[in-house]
Design a protein around this ligand. Structure first.
Ligand code: NAP
Length: 320
């Protein structure tokens, strides 16, 4: 039998990915939305979450697709009402508030899942498996995209807590923390803030790896033309190249067969995300059945460390 779910914050990612993923799943039924602007056709909509929670005790799970800063209050309301909660990435605005939510879920005996959609990209597991017994020589992350193309009109990205270029950059960190057999930590960062924005538009980051191998990341939100979401990893077994946000894997010059079908979205919105959300909802169904939670905050802690340790440089203003 399927579980009833409510989707909160009907914006870009809810429409592009969450709704198709839920609708294609036998385990979930989209039973309601919470949206300030009206939701979607044929699904009961509520203007605020408390009204939905009071009116629909049959809804077991709440999926929060709104930006990170307002998300905490919604998650608290859902957890207090005894519902399971799915968090979009990043799981919150601060590490501590995420810990609070995790503790609330544990106390309440419900599931909370901090999702990392890029970890579900088609070739990430294969990359992790191949790297398991290799010695790392170097790892370079290049995550460069055009904010005007992928985030039009999203003012929240430029406001404190919106993460700026770390909104896509955290996807790279989520892959990094999945595929490396040992943890790394940030040792330096340079964050470039447009003079009219509260969040950075570009960043260079260095990590320490236990072997001393250089591990670096370059993030840029002003990349026009070819978009790059890549990791170049040199190892004792040769070079691993993970491209297209984890969808394409080349090892020693040989492109590896795609182990999962990459479902493209019909309207041409980000095709890289296709199968990722289907897998996130399947994982959530399994977590609920097993009465478990998953709150891996390691990608978010790297972002937090970049902001703690990073040198701030002011650059030209950004205008959309
Ligand atoms: P968005 O379209 O700008 O906003 C999503 C929705 O959240 C809005 O349509 C609005 O829904 C609600 N919302 C916005 N500000 C709010 C506020 N202050 N209080 C309450 N609700 C608010 O953003 P998005 O691109 O979907 O991103 C949402 C989250 O998904 C972010 O954490 C982002 O990192 C993540 N994500 C985005 C993408 C992507 O490609 N865009 C990919 C993966 C993950 P209503 O009008 O219905 O209330």
């Amino acid at each position: 039998m399927s579980m009833k779910i409510a989707l909160v914050g009907i914006g870009k990612i809810a429409i592009d990915q969450h709704i198709p993923a839920i609708n294609s799943s036998r385990e979930w039924e989209l039973a309601a939305t919470v949206s300030r602007h009206g939701g979607i056709e044929d699904i009961e909509n509520f203007a605020d979450i408390q009204t939905m929670l009071d009116a629909r005790p049959d809804i077991e799970c709440v999926s929060l697709c709104l930006p990170p800063v307002p998300r905490f209050d919604y998650a608290v309301a859902a957890l207090k009402a005894g519902r399971h909660v799915i968090l979009e990435k990043p799981p919150g605005a601060t590490v501590s508030e995420c810990r609070t939510l995790e503790a609330m879920a544990l106390d309440g005996g419900v599931t909370i899942y901090a999702t990392w959609h890029s970890r579900e990209a088609a070739q990430v597991d294969l990359a992790r498996d191949w790297l398991r017994d290799k010695k790392l020589n170097s790892l370079r992350i290049i995550w460069k995209e055009d904010v005007r193309r992928w985030h039009p009109g999203q003012k929240w990205i430029w406001e404190a807590g919106g993460l700026g270029v770390f909104d896509p950059g955290i996807n790279a960190f989520s892959i990094l923390t999945k595929i490396l057999p040992v943890p790394v930590h940030v040792t330096s960062a340079e964050l470039r803030f447009p003079e009219n924005c509260e969040t950075p538009i570009a960043a260079d980051i260095a990590f320490a790896h236990p072997s001393g191998a250089p591990v670096t990341a370059e993030f840029d939100f002003l990349e026009e033309g070819t978009q790059t979401w890549s990791m170049i990893i040199d190892t004792s077994g040769g070079e691993l190249l993970l491209e297209e946000g984890g969808a394409k894997l080349t090892i020693n010059g040989v492109e590896q067969a795609d182990s999962t079908a990459l479902a493209e979205t019909e309207d041409g919105s980000n095709p890289l995300l296709g199968g990722e959300y289907t897998r996130l909802y399947a994982r959530m169904a399994n977590l609920v059945k097993a009465a478990q939670s998953e709150m891996d905050l390691s990608p978010f802690m790297h972002v937090s460390d970049c902001f703690l340790l990073g040198k701030r440089v002011t650059v030209a203003p950004f205008h959309e």
